[in-house]
Design a protein around this ligand. Structure first.
Ligand code: CP
Length: 331
């Protein structure tokens, strides 16, 4: 690259620091700072102190605008905001109960909501790129409002990836080195695996195995990104061949709302992408089993008490990470 020439990916990240749209925008120092803060928040709450951050963001406001269903992202964000002293309002079903149902565009909704003085809008939307469109609307009018992408179609879910990464970081004594991450399930449509692959690619010694039916393999734009950044990966179809060597098994559901029903039936009938006791028995004794949840049968409840199964802890970490992120953006 010539002196003075901009690294496009780096520049894109710097342009977007006001908003949280995709995980490529985070660099390692920022992640470390965020995780230090997350750890402080976690320790405070785990030791029974729910009030330590209760005045940190007093008077600040968050709107949660969810056009798709959510249990974890919406409620953990709302609890995170409340625990930091923020006011919260919004809708859990914007597709039905906002004026989107009457045909209002996302841009008009966002421009209207920014007039109500929020500091943050957390947006979940069925269309890939929706969070960027919301951010562009805000920036066009130079409004002091942060957009946080709470999941956009088959695009990204950056705060999920941050909590996934925090769970890995915490379980590996705060170092992410030589980690073999096996991601399985519906990698084509699962936005959490996209965001997590991008952010894990910041760690040069991480390597991936993507295990999925051919039709649901990891998107080419992501494998191309890994290649450009010198990150090793392999593509597989049979989980049994790869679970043995995994340090982290990151499993995902088939996204029935985005899948051809015939393909879904074929995959489910085969039962190949289900993790039960026999699959866990193959894994390393210190492997970490993660899932963004919700699960719909691809992880058997029979393994829930295995210490390697950390998906509920992972979901709880979402509260701590989101508090730390709000403190970073607004504190
Ligand atoms: N992992 C996740 O995004 O869960 P929700 O859909 O419940 O928010």
């Amino acid at each position: 690259m010539c002196p003075g020439q901009l690294d496009h990916e780096l520049w894109r990240g710097m342009e977007k620091q006001k908003h949280i749209i995709e995980t490529q925008q985070f660099d390692l120092p920022r992640i470390e700072r965020l995780f230090e803060q997350t750890r402080r928040v976690q320790r405070s709450l785990e030791t029974g102190n729910r009030h330590e951050f209760g005045y940190s963001l007093k008077g600040r406001s968050m709107i949660s605008l969810f056009y798709e269903p959510s249990t974890r992202t919406r409620i953990s964000f709302e609890r995170a905001a409340q625990l930091c002293g923020m006011n919260v309002c919004g809708t859990e079903n914007a597709g039905e109960f906002s004026s989107a149902a009457k045909g209002e565009t996302l841009e008009d909704s966002i421009r209207t909501l920014t007039g109500y003085y929020p500091d943050v809008i957390v947006l979940r939307h069925k269309e890939t790129g929706a969070a960027q469109r919301a951010a562009d609307t805000i920036d066009r009018y130079q409004l002091p409002v942060h957009v946080i992408n709470g999941g956009d179609g088959t695009g990204q879910h950056p705060t999920q990836a941050l909590l996934d990464l925090y769970t890995i970081w915490e379980s590996r004594k705060e170092r992410i080195e030589n980690v073999h991450v096996v991601m399985g399930g519906d990698l084509a449509h699962g936005r959490t695996v996209h965001s997590l692959a991008y952010v894990l690619a910041k760690y040069s010694t991480v390597h991936f195995t993507f295990v999925a039916p051919t039709e649901l393999q990891m998107k080419k734009e992501i494998t191309d990104y890994l290649t450009r950044h010198g990150i090793r990966y392999t593509l597989e179809t049979d989980p049994k061949t790869v679970l043995r060597d995994a340090d982290v098994v990151y499993w995902t559901r088939l996204q029935k709302e985005r899948l051809d029903p015939k393909l879904r039936e074929d995959i489910e009938r085969h039962g190949m992408y289900q993790i039960g006791q026999s699959e866990v028995d193959m894994m390393k004794p210190d492997a970490l089993i993660l899932h963004p949840l919700p699960r719909v049968g691809e992880i058997s409840t029979e393994i829930d008490d295995d210490p390697r199964a950390q998906y509920f802890k992972q979901a709880q970490n979402g509260l701590y990470v989101r508090m730390a992120l709000l403190l970073e953006l607004l504190g």
